[in-house]
Ligand binder design. Sequence first.
Ligand SMILES: *Cc1c(COP(=O)(O)O)cnc(C)c1O
Length: 371
Amino acid sequence: MDNKLFTPGPLNTKSSVKGAMLHDMGSRDVEFLEVVKQIRSELLTIAGLKPDDGYDTVLMQGSGTFGVESVISTAIPAFGHLLLITNGAYGDRIKQMTQVYGIKTTTLKYKENIVPPVKDAEEILLDDETITHIAIVHCETTTGIFNDIEGIGLLAKRFSKTYIVDAMSSFGAVPIDMKVLDIDLLISSSNKCIEGVPGFSFVIAKIQTLESCIGQARTVSLDLYSQWIEMKKNNQFRFTPPIQSVLAFRKAIDQLKVEGGVEKRAERYRKNYLRLIEGTEALGLHTYLDKKDQGYIITSFLFPENPNFDFTRFYESLHLRGQVIYQGKLSDTNCFRIGNIGQLYLQDIENLLKAIKEVLVEMKISLVLKR
Ligand SMILES: *Cc1c(COP(=O)(O)O)cnc(C)c1O
């Protein structure tokens, strides 16, 4: 049996999803193009959109970062000015992209345990009329914090700015109504909450916004506009598509529907999260974030304050027990992360808690048991 992955992706997937990959198909095979078409339309539905709402979906080869980079390098024109709101490594990665492309950027950077206040962004917008775009990460996977994409969305609308949301680790498990939030470009990928396998990212965007991107791409392969034109014309990728990953994704969407859609998936993940928190608290572990800011996707835990704690040993001992956790990514605090997304159920959380307890005992870390 495969290890259980308590990570932010790639995740454990259903065997039917992996099984969907057992085919060879050409990139121009009508059957394959039909699958791409279906996926593009299903993703709109998951985003709360109807076919005539004026949005479209573009699939892009590569992991999630490639999708984010296709948006950043295509959607912001040469004269553009981005307001980037960041409180973690994934927001910082967008900053890095803007530096590589020489995109004018104003950055509102916060500590990783702070939800960026809407009023700070408002002040900047009142102050600087040259800003054209706003970008923010929804669930900042660095910590698992949920950022206020509603509040920032209202601002973007009020000030008529193009609104970019990295919803990589939330889309499919946190209800997002793109129309209500007035998001222009939303990015996610095949191997997160939709529970497909890695291989591509996708961008759901306002058609009007996509149209305005003509001639703006700064790269050839990540040209979101040209990819959209090709998809719109005949559902084709411009270059070799990740065929098997796309086939698996179609199956993953079917399985999301079988589970009962985004709301039901959210419910399962939330149950996993609540049990995880309850169980780890009983073991004396503490979360990095304030509970009110903590999402139910992934949780950062502080290293136990005990000289016997050694993360590498902790990780490896859990790994030996088939439980894969994730290292921390915080700038100034020692943490490890536990995700509860993918094919994980309450029993898996119980098994993980049992393994953590065993390993802590093995490392001679006294447990603070709840009375
Ligand atoms: C996973 C993730 C990404 C993309 O990471 P890849 O390793 O390229 O798939 C981007 N943003 C967020 C918030 C993520 O969780």
